[in-house]
Design a protein around this ligand. Sequence first.
Ligand code: UDP
Length: 363
Amino acid sequence: MNFLIVGCGITGISLARKLAESSHSVTVIDSRDHIGGNCFDYFDANGIDIHKYGTHIFHTDNEDVWRFLSRFTQWYPYQHEVKALVDGQLVPIPFNFNTIEQLFPAQMANRFIGALLDEFAFNKKIPMLQLRESQSKDLRFLAEYVYEKVFLHYTVKQWGVKPDDLDPLVTGRVPVFIGRDNRYFQAKYQGIPLRGYTEMFRRMLEHTNINLELSKPFDRNYLDKFDRCFYTGPIDEFFNYQLGELPYRSLKFNFLTFNRPYFQCNSVVNYPNNYDFTRIGEYKYFLNIRSPSTVVSYEYPEEFVRGENERYYPVINDKNRTLYQDYLKLASREKNVAFLGRLGDYKYYDMDQAVARVLELHV
Ligand code: UDP
């Protein structure tokens, strides 16, 4: 068959490869002038892998996804850790026993750790909102502390609402960890593509059955030229926003270069309580590059406004989910168009979930 894929992000690219390998003919279009969507990266003169749309760390427990992508890249075995500035100290996030010991006097820390182990299994993750419901007075104190110092102000900056008014799955992405593992993710496979995401994507698109057209916005008239279309752009845009706009959060990055080997102690430092930015990313850590200068990005969340900035995060709540469901009803009337990806499915996918969605498709 002759397929059109709208959007050359991780979803569109994975699907293009899958269809091409099943001997279909695929055209991928994207309105941007580069491949990779928000996963796009490039190397600066020092060989630092700059993620143009903010830090992207690949992690998955899905063997199929890992094996699929590993056909197109080697991986730098990077294990992501995040530090956050809390009460003047840089502490590990997710909040764990090490964080507790850094922030509280020894006697208090021991009590909190004991109480956590009484209630929860070792090396398990607990959503912060669940910890708040504990029967233990100590744990409720701890939960309020974590809520206030790690989640509340970060979430207000990031989403414009308090954690309680968000889908619990969003803050649940960053749990409290019952143990000493400082890593942000515990997934079996983690890494950064050794030659960058964009190079991995370029190799995925390198197939005689794939035709790529960049700087080419979608036009409904194209549909007539193809047997079937997979649309990975915003589902509301496809339908001309006829039911209203699906809200997104956006980000603004201020990239800075410093003439010194390192700016901070870690690839990502979160600032939940101070400043207007949520975090600072330092890119040389991802592939462990040694160089006399370093590049960082200050990350400022903002509302998505069409034509002014890019979509990053769907704002998942009951109202928006209902609006998305209404768009899905419209979508079901489209005979030859299917929607997928973060924007097509209106879901807060991680990179591996986007790829898994494609691998599970029956096409
Ligand atoms: N979060 C927070 N404080 C932190 C880190 C995360 O409040 O120090 C909350 C915040 O609401 C954020 C969500 O947890 O949007 C998910 O964080 P994650 O790091 O997974 O976001 P991403 O890397 O996808 O932007």
